[in-house]
Design a protein around this ligand. Structure first.
Ligand code: GSH
Length: 218
């Protein structure tokens, strides 16, 4: 099975399924397509008609879109362990993931994922509203798992994978959040798989100028 992803430093959508695969120890081959260059669309079209990453290739099947990939992995490789087992919790987890998948436009646009940078940036009212909503979700739904780590709905799964890129954004731009939300951020950031992604991102040297915003923090 192969997962095609973009630059680890920048590709927030790619992080989601990569983290799910890595955290659950599912064997997969990683294929990185640089998100730079005039031939980008041409290269991405070789993997999927969507011309976007991530793309999961499993034998004759190609699945694009981070949420569809996570759902497929949950069904085919994770014995349904990536969603809460309780039906009501699962419904809320799905709502929170859908909200992340389709919303938070201001946060996405103005605070792009840039794992290896440490930046200061002015927070607009629209971005502030998105941050407050993320804070409320983390504060409300993060609970200790059996190891004592804080995970959404009390067990590592798709919801954590969907908010992992936001963790990286908040770290880069040193976003102030409430104590309960910060505790969740710290706990997810310490996950060995997220640390592995971060280490890999730090090894990358390619710069995408349009993703570089804010000013360096000392
Ligand atoms: N809804 C898609 C979005 C994927 C997406 O926009 N990926 C970006 C990289 S992070 C991309 O492929 N960009 C290439 C381009 O815009 O040409 C998903 O969840 O996978």
């Amino acid at each position: 099975m192969k997962l095609v992803i973009g630059n680890k430093n920048y590709s927030s959508w790619s992080l989601r399924p990569w983290l799910l695969l890595h955290a659950f120890g599912v064997p997969f081959e990683e294929c990185i397509e640089s998100l730079a260059g005039d031939d980008l669309t041409e290269r991405l079209l070789l993997h999927s008609d969507s011309a976007r990453v991530p793309v999961l290739v499993d034998q004759d099947l190609s699945v694009w879109d981070s949420l569809a990939i996570c759902e497929y992995l949950n069904e085919q490789y994770l014995s349904d362990r990536a969603w809460p087992q309780d039906a009501k919790q699962r419904a809320v987890a799905r709502a929170v993931v859908a909200e992340m998948h389709a919303g938070f436009a201001a946060l996405r646009q103005h605070l792009p994922m840039n794992c290896r940078a440490q930046r200061e940036i002015e927070i607009s009212p629209a971005v502030r509203r998105d941050i407050q909503r993320v804070d409320a979700i983390w504060s409300q739904y993060a609970r200790q798992d059996s190891q004592g780590d804080l995970r959404l709905f009390g067990s590592f799964g798709i919801a954590d994978c969907f908010f992992a890129p936001v963790v990286m954004r908040f770290v880069t731009y040193d976003v102030a959040i409430s104590d309960p939300a910060q505790a969740y951020l710290n706990s997810l950031l310490a996950h060995p798989s997220l640390q592995q992604w971060l280490a890999d991102a730090q090894q990358e040297t390619e710069i995408l100028p349009e993703e570089e915003v804010g000013t360096d923090r000392g």
